[in-house]
Design a protein around this ligand. Structure first.
Ligand code: HDD
Length: 695
């Protein structure tokens, strides 16, 4: 066989491969599914007032198709949004991996990323507190490679066999189906406190990392340790990280809850709008590289997915950059039908024996078979690789291609031995890392090297800013306040106490229980970097939204200058007034603090904030709905930790709102310009000094 492998008539290596499948319905005639023109859209009836006839194939086809429109939603990660992009390799990394997409400097590979929350169903609100999925597909020139990761670098369990238990505990109660997209219920905390391997991930989820400002403002992690393998069989252990180049940012809990009601599409909209406006989100893809030898040398097991490798011990080597630059054109066909699998691997990358990963290698294929009703889901446009596919897999529901080879077996002579096995002259095949082996007695036990599940949650807690620690404690107080079972609550305290007596005491005080006596077996004062959200300022302000509260009567001479200054940083100024008109973006009736990252009160607005328009006094100005909305937007924005500013007599609003001067309260000095200070404040994102700490 020659060097050239023939495609099954699909263009290879196009960055817009999906175009061939797009259907343009403009200026065309309506047809049935089999192409017949349809002239009348009423159903066929026996007489004007008669029954509809079974004979009406047009009716039946339309309704039948509608009846079958849904596929099962994902069992977990049902709620999500995705986008297309490009990965560019920073260099030739063939010294550490044979993976072709990392083979040369500047090499570009199309990607699709789907972000998600875990517990909620497909229509659940975006800002639920949760681990966030970060699933990346690289359409490489040697096949599809998926990193099916999360925004949290660790996982709840150490063995895939416990996954149904974890998910059953966090999903809504089987009798009432309450609560949706939340872990604040007895079954979840019953599981967490009985299965302490969950504590580390739980701490991440209870911290600001569980309520991100947007998908753009979070990192991604491969979680497991994987292997890199070179062409000459050298292997390294690696952990993957996608570092957000926007910087990390998160909401505060009360704000996240309110956002769920005000705009349940908050994250999806942010991603879509950012890409539409050409503000392409970016991540740096890197690896922590470790030798195969001494896998226990850090004091924990590299096969244990509840552990991070602190970046002080092994820094991240950046390998390339990933940019999302195109929205899907059809949510169902692309985002809903993309079917990721940790087993989608390419030459140069191999698995490890991590028992969580091993189980995932089975589960994702199985779930895709269930969702798609057969084995041909890889033929869906979004799932097809951008390279030819040739093998002897045949038939099944929805076969999209017409295989010509009648000798669909191997070895064969009748098709000249084709498809032939790949070798060094005709592509390199996959290979398992030569370093790998297996030995040992069969056992169902957890490895003793996985036993310490308390030291790293403590490391995580130690590494947060004091206000972030407070947020975490408040989150656990919120969740445990929802629990009915005192047994569960006490079990939670026992586990928290193994991480930190201080945390246990502070939680116990809020739920009316006693913390156990300090148990210092796992206590230490180590810290690591990269786990806090607010320790670093934002790298970019792209797509942040600042409200400009005004009367709409043109009193705001400063607005244009402000808009220009903010536009330079890609920050949108959203002008809010009572009535929509030229230059006004939204009305007070629609505006809400949750929609903005900062709030500026314009000049000439004194009357708008008159306390006479407050709640319950029945003296609202005529069109404001509800009464006192401008004041409410300002007060809530302040309470959610957002920078607030005022121009001219807009300062009167601060007095009405009870806002005193302080961090992130930016008043325009006469003749001055507040944009510089305001933008600087936005870079900190949340004004942490506004949030009280426990005494
Ligand atoms: Fe999973 C989906 C991430 C453990 C079984 N998982 C899913 C998605 C992400 C993750 C991001 C959504 C993919 C998409 O957007 O389509 N899962 C993880 C991570 C894990 C993990 C980072 C631990 C390190 N998962 C895990 C285990 C099992 C599963 C241990 C089962 C044994 N996960 C699934 C699944 C899903 C899924 C049921 C639902 C839909 C799908 O696969 O495609 O098979």
């Amino acid at each position: 066989m020659g060097g050239e492998l023939r495609a099954r008539d699909v263009p290879a290596s196009t960055d817009d491969f999906l175009k061939q499948y797009e259907v343009d319905d403009t200026d065309v005639v309506l047809t049935s599914d089999v192409g017949g023109p349809i002239s009348d859209q009423e159903s066929l009836k026996a007489g004007g007032r008669g029954s509809t006839l079974l004979e009406d194939f047009i009716f039946r086809q339309k309704i039948q198709h509608f009846d079958h429109e849904r596929v099962p939603e994902r069992a977990v990660h049902a709620r999500g949004a995705g986008a297309h992009g490009i990965f560019t390799s920073y260099g030739d990394w063939s010294n550490i991996t044979a993976a072709s997409f990392l083979g040369s400097k500047g090499k570009e590979t199309p990607v699709f990323i789907r972000f998600s929350t875990v517990a909620g169903s497909r229509g659940s609100p975006d800002t639920a507190r949760d681990v966030h999925g970060f699933a990346t597909r690289f359409y490489t020139d040697e096949g599809n490679y998926d990193i099916v990761g999360n925004n949290i670098p660790v996982f709840f369990i150490q063995d895939a066999i416990k996954f149904p238990d974890l998910i059953h505990s966090v999903k809504p109660s089987p009798d009432s189906e309450i609560p949706q997209a939340a872990t604040a219920h007895d079954t979840a905390w019953d599981f967490f406190s009985q299965q302490p391997s969950a504590l580390h991930t739980l701490f991440w989820a209870m911290s600001p990392n569980g309520i991100v400002r947007s998908f753009r403002h979070m990192d991604g992690f491969g979680v497991h340790t994987f292997r890199f393998v070179t062409d000459d069989g050298k292997t390294k252990l690696v952990k993957f990280k996608f570092r957000t180049l926007q910087g990390k940012a998160s909401l505060v809990w009360e704000e996240a809850q309110a956002t769920s009601g005000k705009n349940s599409d908050f994250h999806r909209q942010d991603l879509f709008d950012s890409i539409e406006k050409g503000r392409f989100p970016e991540w740096e893809f890197g690896v922590q590289i470790m030798d195969e030898e001494g896998q226990l040398r850090f004091g924990f097991d590299l096969l244990d997915p509840t552990k991070i490798v602190p970046e002080e011990l092994v820094p991240v080597t950046p390998l390339g950059k990933l940019v999302l630059n195109r929205n899907p054109r059809n949510y169902f066909a692309e985002t809903e039908q993309i079917m990721f699998q940790p087993a989608h691997i390419v030459r140069g990358i191999d698995f490890t024996e991590d028992p969580l990963l091993q189980g995932r290698l089975f589960s994702y294929l199985d779930t895709q078979l269930n969702r798609n009703g057969g084995p041909n889901f890889e033929q869906l446009p979004i799932n097809q690789p951008r390279v030819p596919v040739h093998n002897n897999n045949r038939d099944g529901a929805g076969q999209m291609f017409i295989p010509l080879n009648t000798a669909a077996y191997s070895p064969n002579t009748l098709n000249k031995g084709s498809p032939a096995q790949a070798n060094e002259t005709i592509n390199n095949g996959f290979f398992t890392a030569p370093s790998r082996g297996a030995s040992g007695k069969l056992t169902r036990a957890v490895s003793p090297t996985f036993a310490d599940v308390w030291s790293q949650p403590r490391l995580f807690f130690n590494s947060l800013l004091p206000t972030e620690q407070q947020f975490l404690i408040n989150a656990i107080r919120f969740e445990t306040s929802n629990l009915k079972s005192t047994v569960v609550k006490n079990n939670v305290l026992i586990q928290l106490n193994r991480i930190s007596h201080d945390v246990a005491v502070r939680v116990a005080s809020a739920i009316g229980l006693e913390a156990p006596a300090a148990d210092d077996t796992y206590y230490h004062n180590n810290k690591t970097s990269g786990v806090s959200v607010f320790a670093k300022k934002l790298l970019k302000l792209d797509g942040l939204r600042v409200a400009f509260l005004t009367t709409g009567k043109g009193d705001d001479s400063s607005l244009k200058g402000l808009k220009d200054a903010f536009a330079k940083e890609n920050v949108d100024v959203v002008v809010v007034a009572e009535v929509l008109s030229e230059g006004i973006d939204v009305t007070y009736a629609l505006a809400d603090a949750t929609a903005f990252d900062g709030i500026i009160v314009g000049d000439g607005t004194k009357a708008l904030f008159s306390t006479a328009q407050g709640y319950g006094n029945g003296t609202a100005a005529s069109t404001l709905f509800p009464a006192g909305r401008p004041l409410q937007v300002l007060q809530e924005g302040y309470r959610y930790g957002k920078p607030v500013g005022a121009v001219g007599d807009g300062t009167a609003a601060f007095a009405a709102a009870g806002i005193k001067e302080g961090d992130g309260v930016i008043l325009q000095k006469s003749g001055g310009d507040l944009s510089k200070d305001f933008l600087e404040s936005l870079r900190s994102f949340k004004i942490l000094s506004r949030f009280p700490l426990d005494a």
